[in-house]
Design a protein around this ligand. Sequence first.
Ligand code: ATP
Ligand code: MG
Length: 362
Amino acid sequence: MTNSGHDATSCDAHRSRDEGPATDDDADTDHAIIVDGLHKTFRARRGQAGVVAIDDVSFVVERGQTLGIVGESGSGKSTVARCLLGLTPVDAGSVEVLGRSIVGANPKQLRSWRSEMQIVFQEPLESLDPRYRVRDAIGEPLLLHTDMRGDVLRKRVDELLAQVSLATDLGARYPHELSGGQQQRVNIARALATDPSVIVLDEPTASLDVSVQAEVLSLLVDLQAQFGLTYLLISHDLTTIRAVADRVAVMYLGRLIEVGPVDEVLTNPEHPYTEFLIGAELSVNPHVKPAAPVVQGEVRGGERPSGCVFAQRCPLRMDACEEAQPELRIASAGHEAACLVVGNKHDLAGAAAEYRLTDEGS
Ligand SMILES: Nc1ncnc2c1ncn2[C@@H]1O[C@H](COP(=O)(O)OP(=O)(O)OP(=O)(O)O)[C@@H](O)[C@H]1O
Ligand SMILES: [Mg+2]
């Protein structure tokens, strides 16, 4: 999975505030993606407050690596993905993908860069035009972004079908004549068509049957190794993140609250919310009520707490947590969490376990 040969546990998979904004120096680094101080609030509809979807999010992804983003529904994962590709304008902060500044780029620039940075969405069928046969769907990005035509284009489409393990004769079918897994393979082939370096995967297997999920994930892992792709992988599912990601970023109500190497974060979580997520995943006892969702509904702009976004539900809450949102603190090499008790991992784990028991028993 790790193709860059760079140490995945180094601190630089997250850009801390102290490092300041991206500079020209970053062109020399091995970062495919640099997000710095990203903010996005969706404007209010009449009578409603705006929704803070992303609040000061910063991270980097090294070339050839996968950063997984986890967090519950509404935590801002897809908004990060859309801002990354210039599909949603940002309010503040900078986004650099493959050395190109996405913020401030014009639509023509964004279109021309799209061949290098692609996205695969959750719903495979919705992403495909029902009027296009599979061959035409896969050939479309080649028509848009390359000079390939005729036999050359046909050959390239055959090659792409093979790369995603689809039989050539499926090329003549329409999307609705395929299974969900096959449809998602077509979307992956479309994303691969123009030889991108970066692919954003927004819940790419969430709508597939469990039996098919593993196959598609394994295909993604193989393609990454083959082509040195950089992935931003969004998922609710920690099993998916474990299978594909090198590093994981945990989001909560628009904030990035923990980031680090996957094994480290999921084995030794520092933030109580990450602990909670892992606990919810592990709660398989049929006699124990599943852990309740931590947050119900959306947090509107006007109601956003001034302190830690997790404080209201946190078993370790202290007065200081209500005063200001904690910045990310280094827990270990490359592992950071936005919590005042970072470093007291032993106490934290004990308290969080107690919290889970209390929550499940309620
Ligand atoms: N176009 C929009 N207009 C208004 N609010 C939006 C828009 N897109 C997203 N939001 C809000 O921004 C917040 C973050 O949404 P986002 O889709 O990024 O969450 P998510 O983590 O991807 O959730 P899910 O896991 O359900 O896909 C939510 O409160 C959502 O309602
Ligand atoms: Mg989403």
